[in-house]
Ligand binder design. Structure first.
Ligand SMILES: C[S@@+](CC[C@H](N)C(=O)[O-])C[C@H]1O[C@@H](n2cnc3c(N)ncnc32)[C@H](O)[C@@H]1O
Length: 201
């Protein structure tokens, strides 16, 4: 069995986990490139990447928003280490990477202009609780962006692996975001299944 099927992408740990998130830094680039082109990038944004894995989204967003401050959070200490290494030149200047769970975000209310979640919502045990936390830490008018490589379970080819995963459809995410209080919710789906769902506070 391939390495990536043995390690758990829902919580990459150990040397195998670090190698996995390094690979995902590259393999998720086409998804990020596609989805980030829909988002509005201004100067000096406060940004949070939830489930930041190996840190490539943090690196790219530091460059998409000049003079931004970009936080990353992940509940795997090994991911925090990998993302910190990836962003070493910016660390503690413009990049801040913490260990923590999306269900209990350690940030003040109304802090961020943009919160991103790249290939991670599948693994959150309580998606509503995570969304509520993100709504809390967003500034009024701020955007939450959910990026997924697949827009439904039939696209998912990880079915033979042994970890909990829930694959959402765009309309499910839209409905949930609206229930929680997000407004101007938009969905974008690419023909290959890439999905971006955004909502504003
Ligand atoms: C498939 S990886 C994606 C990593 C990275 N976002 C990327 O696109 O390469 C999923 C990431 O979400 C993190 N994660 C999953 N559930 C989480 C939670 N409840 N709180 C914080 N991080 C979580 C995992 O530790 C892992 O790093």
């Amino acid at each position: 069995m391939d390495d990536w099927k043995v390690a758990n992408p829902g919580k990459p740990v150990g040397e195998g986990g670090r190698q996995m998130v390094q690979r995902m830094n590259d393999s998720h680039k086409p998804l990020r490139d596609w989805a980030f082109s829909f988002l509005e990038w201004k100067h000096a944004m406060w940004i949070l990447d939830v489930g930041c894995g190996g840190g490539a989204a943090i690196y790219e967003m530091l460059r998409l928003s000049k003079d931004s401050m970009v936080h990353g959070i992940d509940y795997s200490a090994d991911c925090v280490a990998a993302a910190s290494e990836y962003n070493a030149p910016d660390l503690y200047f413009r990049a801040f990477i913490e260990e923590g769970d999306v269900g209990a975000l350690p940030y003040d209310a109304d802090k961020f202009d943009l919160v991103t979640a790249v290939e991670t919502v599948y693994f959150w045990p309580d998606l509503s609780a995570g969304m509520k936390q993100i709504l809390r830490v967003l500034k009024p008018g701020g955007t939450f962006a959910i990026l997924c490589e697949v827009d439904g379970p039939e696209r998912m080819d990880w079915d033979k692996v042994n970890f909990d995963i829930k694959v959402y459809r765009p309309e499910e995410l839209k409905e949930l975001l609206e229930q929680i209080g997000f407004v101007d919710v938009e969905t974008h789906v690419k023909e290959n299944g890439y999905m971006l769902v955004t909502g504003k506070k």
